[in-house]
Design a protein around this ligand. Structure first.
Ligand code: FAD
Length: 359
């Protein structure tokens, strides 16, 4: 059986949901195809929270984040709900100074704090002399709720969500694109591949190279009452690598509130390359490292984790994103471990590419 469609979006993570919503709201016919149950925890978009920040050392990302914040504000106004809790965010270590320079050049509000100022504002510890940056326009994205709002917006605008159907092949043919699935085939005018860690394998078959490496990252949760009143932390002042047997360059700790759970903390880019179809295994060395770090930053925190889980990063070599059009196929990889905040913004870009691709 073959079904006709206007535009197929592969993958109902935050990128596919954002793109499907933008397309459907522009009046396009959308089939959003997801291989698992929507909201599953095997990709990159699950969990209750993500950091929204404007602090980047590269002005290009600061400006993108400014655009993304505007898109979140519009989304919040449309759905009548707060999707980013305005806590501000703290950066610790040398990166704080680099970020402050890029933010100053882009006119983003920020202040450099002393350790005493940090301790007087929040139950967070800081060492004398370490660079500390605070910017008030950051916050905690209510990620699970944001995903629900975007999916509901797509469906309300007419998109059809097809669950538990895997796309197995994509091929351009005679002014259309054939999308082969574990159910019926679909012939569409264009196809957007927002398949996260599965995208590279799927696109290989279509002759499109997606140069990304999926890694499996470990996230750990701690009991911390009042966590949602605290700013998320990015910290490149890490514990002694020798202490935990982790010798990976460029490690950065992060922590943020996880509504309903407490504090969520992790080590950015610490995970090994992975096959997204493997069962995720928590890296106990990362759990120990993060527990040590969190106990130092949050006085009084019970360093015994209450839970740990894995989540997949899909990484480009330069920790950036992929938004490309190849004929009638649009390719999206909005991850590298920091893409959630940009997804609604890039969803509009991807919708524009799909409109062009559909001829
Ligand atoms: C631990 C962790 C912490 C993070 N922290 C932050 C943060 O603080 N701030 C931030 O901005 N970003 C953060 N990110 C990054 C952010 O979560 C990702 O950028 C984002 O979730 C990527 O979403 P996606 O939709 O592109 O991919 P995914 O969520 O993986 O969605 C892809 C979807 O496609 C489906 N799919 C794949 N192949 C097929 C197929 N063949 N057929 C049908 N369906 C298919 C998958 O099942 C999946 O549902 C973090 C990521 C992780 C893992």
């Amino acid at each position: 059986m073959t079904r006709d469609a206007d535009i197929v979006v592969v993958g109902a993570g935050i990128t596919g949901a954002s793109t499907a919503r933008a397309l459907a709201q522009a009046g396009r016919g959308v089939l959003l195809v997801e291989q698992f149950e929507p909201g599953h925890d095997r990709g990159s978009s699950h969990g209750t929270s993500r950091i929204f920040r404007l602090s980047y050392p590269d002005q290009h990302f600061v400006r993108l984040a400014q655009g993304a914040l505007q898109t979140w504000r519009e989304l919040e106004a449309e759905c009548g709900e707060q999707l980013i809790v305005p806590t501000g965010a703290l950066d610790f270590g040398p990166v704080a100074l680099e970020n402050a320079r890029a933010m100053a050049a882009s006119g983003v509000r920020h202040e450099l704090l002393t350790d005493a100022q940090v301790r007087s504002r929040w139950p967070i510890s800081a060492d004398p002399g370490e660079p500390i940056l605070f910017h008030p326009d950051a916050g905690v994205i209510l990620a699970g709720r944001a995903w629900e709002v975007l999916i509901a917006g797509a469906v309300d605008a007419g998109a059809a969500l097809i669950e538990d159907v895997r796309v197995t092949g994509i091929a351009e043919e005679r002014g259309a694109v054939r999308v082969t699935t574990s159910g019926e085939d679909i012939v569409a005018r264009a196809c957007v591949v927002a398949a996260g860690a599965w995208g590279r394998g799927l696109l290989d078959g279509a002759g499109v190279e997606l140069s990304v490496i999926p890694t499996r990252e470990t996230v750990t949760y701690f009991d911390l009452p009042g966590a949602l009143e605290l700013p998320p932390i990015i910290d490149d002042a890490v514990p002694d690598p020798e202490e935990h047997g982790l010798r990976r360059p460029g490690l950065i700790n992060y922590a943020l509130a996880a509504p309903g759970r407490g504090l969520k903390a992790g080590l950015h880019h610490a995970g090994p390359p992975t096959d997204p179809d493997d069962v995720g295994e928590v890296d106990e060395a990362v759990v120990r490292w993060v527990s040590t770090w969190a106990a130092r930053r949050y006085p009084g925190l019970d360093a015994e984790p209450i839970a740990s889980e894995t989540c997949i990063y899909t990484n480009t070599a330069d920790e950036s994103f992929v938004l490309e059009r190849h004929g009638r196929i649009v390719v999206a990889s909005v991850c590298s471990g920091h893409g959630f905040k940009f997804a609604p913004f890039f969803g509009r870009t991807l919708a524009g590419l799909a409109r062009d691709a559909s001829g």
